[in-house]
Each structure stands twice: as structure tokens, then as C-alpha cells.
Design a protein around this ligand. Sequence first.
Ligand SMILES: *Cc1c(COP(=O)(O)O)cnc(C)c1O
Length: 394
Amino acid sequence: MIYADQAATTKMSDAAAECMCSLIREAWGNPSSLYAHGQRAKEVLEQARQDVASVIGAEPKEIIFTSGGSEADNQAILSAAALGRKAGKTHIISTAFEHHAVLHTLKKLEKEGFTVTLLDVHENGLVRPEEVEAAIRDDTCLVTVMYANNEIGTIQPIREIGAVCREKNVLFHTDAVQAVGHIPVNVQEDQIDLLSASAHKFHGPKGVGFLYARKGIRLTNLIEGGAQERGKRAGTENVPGIAAMAAALREANAGMARNAAHMTAMRDRLIEGLSGIPHAALNGDRDHRLPGNVNFCFEGIEGESLLLLLDDRGICASSGSACTSGSLDPSHVLLAIGRVHDVAHGSLRLSIGEDITADQVEEIIRAVSEVVQYLRGFSPIWRDLTAGKKAFIL
Ligand SMILES: *Cc1c(COP(=O)(O)O)cnc(C)c1O
């Protein structure tokens, strides 16, 4: 099997899995208990907090552990909105190609009286910092722009956006789920106020993540109850999962430069090979993209059929995000960068990992080329295109 769907989830690293298994047995005490066995779990928890904080340039007390990226996104945005409401500021700026954990939270806030401006991400999938600046109003309480897009892999000019927000005194949140553990992220240098991350996107366990909130920012609880996580996230902590997340992040950070260099070379070969297919186009900026992300549209085919036939050949890929698969609507991300419905339907996302080999890359190029040609063989849209009854777009 060739696993090329790392943006959906990753396999736990051996270090993370071993950490989790041993702690399930050894540190099962409640970190809120005062006796030694509880305090051992507390030490594990606080060590993990320190490790996670140091990787992103934060302080341990600025880290809240959550159940994953979605929860962190919800808590960050709802907290900033609550602070805004108090100050009479109810305008929020974001983009049309955010993850649904962000977009659906913004929809909810709109129903509660907030106004949301969604910035254009242009055909290259990049937000322009000067457009963020121009969109900021006197009543803007939050700018939320993802660090790297989960479908097309584009890396946003986060540092420039952070500088604009800091200068204008507006809170800045970034969904960094696809970035943390893959590319360097530093909340000080990037001037980020709130950041979301998820362990299962960097070889940690599922159901664990964290929210960074710069000190002084008052968070709103999503879950009420005990005083865990400085009273901001009730519930007994998932100590083994949190420690495994920290182990995975340390490992990802230590190997980042080497892994990124290899993945970038493999990605570039994939882009080169797939560009040889007629009437195909890369989605998202060629250069400002994650080391492991390749996303193409092929005219005249259905992405779903392509995925099923690739699965027959042992290749795991995706047509966009795992969250929307099963729905027949084309990806909101591809529509946001201006792909028309017909073209957006024929999309393929390959998100590769550090263990991908050059042989596997050639196998993917061969398989995709053959399957696309095969599917076009009995596609009515393709027949119309080649007969000149319809104009090619790509
Ligand atoms: C996966 C993902 C999420 C959701 O994270 P979970 O831990 O699965 O809740 C949010 N944002 C982005 C960009 C993602 O890729």
C-alpha cells in the first residue's frame, strides 16, 4: 500500500506509540490527585506542556490541551468573539478556504449578530496581507487565517498578517493544524495570539490537540466542570495521549529539515510527472506550499472514480478533505480559488509523508496517468470536449 493521504491523518510514530502504551500502564493516576501516583501523572502532563510550548516558541502556561484541532479552533474563535462583544466589536475577518471547524464556527457567530468578511484567496490560494489590512475596521475583533491549507497545501504569509494585526491591535488566530510539526512555526516571530494544532496530523494520536493562547487573553470555556487546564477546559486530562503528542512533536521537529528536503524533492517529481497528463492543472501556488502536498484537477473525470480505481491499485489518496468526502458538492477550497464546478469535481489530493520512496512516486505517476486516461475513455464530458462541443478549461 502507498499511503498518500497524510493530510487526513498520519500513522502514529513508534516513539509516540511506545510512549502512549507505557504511560497507559504506568501513569494512569489522576493528575489532579495529591498523592504521589497522581503527581507522577501531573509531572508527565507538565513536561508535555513544556515540550509543546518550546517547539512553537510559547510559554507552558500559554498551552491548553484539547481534544484536537476542531476543538481548539472553536475555543479560539469563540473566545475572541466574546472579548470582542464585550468591547462592542463584532466584525471578524477570515478566508473562504478555511477548515470547516473555522467556517462553521463563524456561521454560528453570524447568527448571533457578528459580521464576517471572507477574504479572497485568489487563484494561487494565497491571502494578501495588504487586503487583510484594508479589511480591518474599527469594530474588527479577530482575524483568523489558516497557516497552511489542508487541501491545496498553500502556506500563507502568516508573519506579515501577524504584523498587520499586531499593529492594528486586532487579535490574530491561525489554524496551524497542517503546519505544526511540518514547517517551522514560532508564535513570537509570527506575532500569533491564538493557534490551533492537532496531534494526529504529525504522527501523534487522534483525539488530542492543543490551543496556544498568548498570556493575557481570556479564554471562554467550551466545557464547564473542574479546574483542569487553568480552569479553561474541564475534564480529566488524557495524560498518555498528551505525552504521546509531545513525543511526536519533538520527533517531528528534530527531523523537520531533513524530512522536508526529501518530501519537497518527491513532491516536485510528482508535480512534474502529473503535469504531463493533458488538460491537467496544479491547484495552489507552485512554491508557497507544504513539502508533502500535491493537488491536481483533471478535466473530464470524476474525482471519486479516480480514487476508487487508485485504491484498487493500493494507492490511498483523497479528492480534497476527508471531512467532505461522501458529499457530492465540489470542494469549497477549489471553488474559492476559482475552479468551476466541472473542473473542481475532477480533483486529486496526494499528501505524502517522509517515508515515501522515489519508486513509489513513479508508481503513483504511472497509476494516475493510466486511470485518468481510462476514465476519460467513457466520460460523456470528455467526449463533448474532444468533439469540440464544449471548450476545454484546463
Ligand atoms: C484536520 C484538521 C482540523 C481538525 O483537526 P481534528 O484534530 O481532526 O479535530 C482542523 N484544521 C485543519 C486545517 C485540519 O487539517
